[in-house]
Structures are given as structure tokens and as C-alpha cells.
Design a protein. Structure first.
Length: 87
């Protein structure tokens, strides 16, 4: 008789449990979300301001104003969608 076929053999049962992310990992994820979404409109505005100084044409400032308006809109959206309730 083999060692596996003994009467002492009991089938293994896997224990499943929910692993919740830590508060630090949630805060880091939120930080990177804010940096990404605030960085894009800021970069757009900075590029258009650079174009104003590089070309001497004031019409490029419209793109910079659009970037600033986009930045304000993104700040409002981020503030409204951020969950600050920690369990």
C-alpha cells in the first residue's frame, strides 16, 4: 500500500480570505491620480505660454487660457471624486 492511500490522509482545504489594501497604498494611488490629472492641463498651459514667448504672437495665449480652465475643471472633479473616508 502506498503512503498516500493510508487512512490518515485528509484532503487539504484552501483558506480564502479577503486582503484589503493598506491606507498607505490607497493614499499613494490617490496621489498618483492627482499628479497625473493635474499635470496634463498644466503641461498644456505651459507649452502654450512657451509658444507665446517663442513666437511673439499673442494668439497662443488662448491655448494657455484653455489649459487653465481645464486645470480648474479637473481640480473640481478630483475634489468631488476623492474618497476621504477610511474604514
Amino acid at each position: 500500500m502506498s503512503a498516500v492511500a493510508t487512512s490518515e490522509y485528509a484532503p487539504a482545504h484552501a483558506e480564502l480570505h479577503l486582503v484589503t489594501p493598506s491606507a498607505a497604498s490607497l493614499a499613494e494611488k490617490e496621489m498618483y491620480r492627482w499628479m497625473l490629472w493635474l499635470g496634463i492641463p498644466s503641461l498644456v498651459a505651459a507649452l502654450f505660454v512657451g509658444a507665446v514667448f517663442a513666437t511673439g504672437s499673442i494668439w497662443w495665449i488662448g491655448g494657455a487660457l484653455t489649459g487653465v480652465i481645464g486645470l480648474i475643471s479637473v481640480v473640481i472633479w478630483l475634489a468631488m471624486s476623492t474618497c476621504t473616508n477610511q474604514n
